[in-house]
Write a protein that binds this ligand. Sequence first.
Ligand code: URA
Length: 429
Amino acid sequence: MSEAFAAVDVIVAKRDGGELSDAHIDWVVDAYTRGAVADEQMSALAMAILLNGMSRREIARWTAAMIASGERMDFSALGVPTSDKHSTGGVGDKITLPLAPLVATFGVAVPQLSGRGLGHTGGTLDKLESIPGWRAALSNAEMLAQLRDVGAVICAAGAGLAPADRKLYALRDVTGTVEAIPLIASSIMTKKIAEGTGALVLDVKVGSGAFMKTEDTARELARTMVDLGRDAGLTTVALLTRMSTPLGLTAGNALEVAESLDVLAGGGPEDVVELTVALAREMLDAAGRGGQDVAAALTDGRAMDTWRRMIASQGGDPDAPLPTARESHTVLAPADGVLIRLDALAVGVAAWRLGAGRTRKEDVVQAGAGVVMHAKPGAVVRAGEPLLTLHTDTPDRFEAALRDLEGGIEVAPEGSRPDLGPLVIDRIA
Ligand code: URA
């Protein structure tokens, strides 16, 4: 097949700071997906985009071209509004687990396509796969049937959805080009728009444990994604939320499922409940079903009932005991005082090192591995009291995990206060 353009001309245009035309973008995304543009050419283009950026028009067109590379799902036959949430990823971020059934309780269907974790942030599918029998892969027909019967589904994206993104994301991962805001925004929004949700709430994390380390870059990413969603006809809202310290008291797959069950039973850590409720309100508002008493559905068991049906519908046993790691090691408070810092990145890397996360896509995660926190910033601690418990099946990993935590924990004299700021920093609509 003769090609409309030469890849090198597209690369040079972006390298020299120019704007790519619609025709350039449509061609290069399609030709890369077909294999007519080589990995080394797309790597060069991705680097040129990282260095020189893209205009709003270019990002929108790039997103449309990636959507067009695969199938587009349609849930309009359900006859109820649909609403989804996407988090840019953080340490201890298990919010999807209580959130999806909670929102479904109010008659809004939640079609949540999720991923597995790579690096220090956990993946929702890895967490749910710690539930005996639970299966992530559903056909489109199974997904639709579960949305009709239960109202919420969390599953893996099928191979037919956005193949261009699948190929490009893997390439960016090994070419130092993941961090380009136009590419992150288009990658995330391609999947959410192709998934067919009617409304979308973005949880854009800010801080050491997040992709975006500063408020400015998080704000720019949020703004770009909200604009892309709007342009595609989705009601889209973003919350900027704190990720300088982990969410909740657990980081690790089965440990986070257990904590989510506490939240669904009306308890759980304050920050996890606060963010779950804030995001549920946004998802319901965006779907036109706002103004409801969201917190009540956590305390009266309605969200738990939906969770149980959601898990059972995908082969999981909601009553089965969760796996636990074979070995544990306790980290003690080094002094009397106030815990003023418990760094998200340090805890995330330690959990990953203990076996909760993977280094390469092919790695198998340990269901029971991770970190349990006994205190959060602001808590008064006494020297020698347990601060963290590390869990793993492979105790030779303790030493490296302890090294990761060095410098991530700070106890200051009594009366000190942590400089944390609010959990929800801003709302971008
Ligand atoms: N998550 C995605 O899906 N894509 C990115 O580019 C970054 C995070």
